[in-house]
Ligand binder design. Sequence first.
Ligand code: HEC
Ligand code: HEC
Length: 326
Amino acid sequence: MQIRYNWFPILLSVIIAFIIINAVWDHYEQPEQKITISDANCWTGAGTNQIPVDADGELIRYGRKLIENTAYYLGPKGTVAHISNGMNCQNCHLEAGTKPWGNNYGAVASTYPKYRERSGHIESIEKRVNDCFERSLNGQAIDSLSKEMRAMVAYIKWLGKEIPKDTKPKGTGIMDLAYLTRAADPLKGKTVYITTCEKCHGKNGEGQINPDQTGYTYPPLWGNNSYNIGAGLFRLSRLAGYVKNNMPNPLNYHNPQLTDEQSWDVAAYINSQPRPAKDVSYDWPKIKSKPFDHPFGPYADSFTEEQHKYGPFEEIIQKAKLKNQK
Ligand code: HEC
Ligand code: HEC
């Protein structure tokens, strides 16, 4: 009897201790279960064969075609209209916006409409698509109610339909690379360009037009037919992050060929070359919200346009953080 009476509190303490240790363990262990870059659990978009076979599916399928082959429909010799520069959305939103770290559309349906600092307004998906028409495709906005816009938006919404509102799955968009401690160097980048990129994109970044002249086999990286100075890729971090995980085409984030350093330098070379102009003076109406790598002043800090374009970026970011804490 005596023995049994003593066992109870001991057993109880052991159980309670076990529960506490477990809880504490979980609490501290969780954040360390970081997913490494090489893991396969990045968001990847559904393919064409998963698009439903009904009226909705027909619009979605047309949207995907417009994104894959924009020039055929809307380029300089487009069958529907002539409002863009001959590039395809897919040149930058790879595999029709489904490729992990390929500037995909995974987080668009879940995060739009949203407030964007660049315009200072709440933007719909339609507005965001037109931003790319006016900047990345150096063209004109299309009517929000046109069949083409409705189709592209239907496709983008369909791709992201399973992502919960306001979440951004891993692998969506463009990867942020570690910053260099020096400014990115166009001259070093030129060497990378000549050895790794030139054979497809051309000596003068002009790309290569396809045989039937409806678009590009290799899209241009600078010059009159490329994205303009208001485009996302004109920000060095966007271009470097895109190149690192996707170029030379068609590699992916599992086996990048360039180091971060080479990616920043080749981006500096590409963005130091001539390209179409755009009035960007209305962008980022709140100067304080300009991203560190927006290459046009005025700025809320005293760093030069040159440093905002090529870096080093760390000190710009640190200064902005300090300012915001005050
Ligand atoms: C020259 C490259 C380029 C082309 C061509 C291009 N885009 Fe973009 N697009 C970008 C970049 C860069 C971003 C911004 C990515 C970032 O900030 O991380 C972007 C962003 C977007 C977004 C918002 C993504 C998000 O998650 O917030 C949408 C939607 C979009 N583009 C649609 C299109 C469509 C549709 C077309 C064709 C009509 C197109 N883009 C053509 C480069 C391009
Ligand atoms: C084997 C040919 C090839 C090589 C080499 C190559 N690319 Fe590309 N690149 C492509 C193709 C093809 C696309 C368009 C992909 C698509 O539409 O699916 C592209 C797209 C791009 C784009 C986005 C579209 C644009 O025109 O702005 C950039 C930026 C780019 N490449 C940069 C580079 C850089 C930098 C290198 C060298 C590190 C490089 N590429 C090497 C074939 C190549």
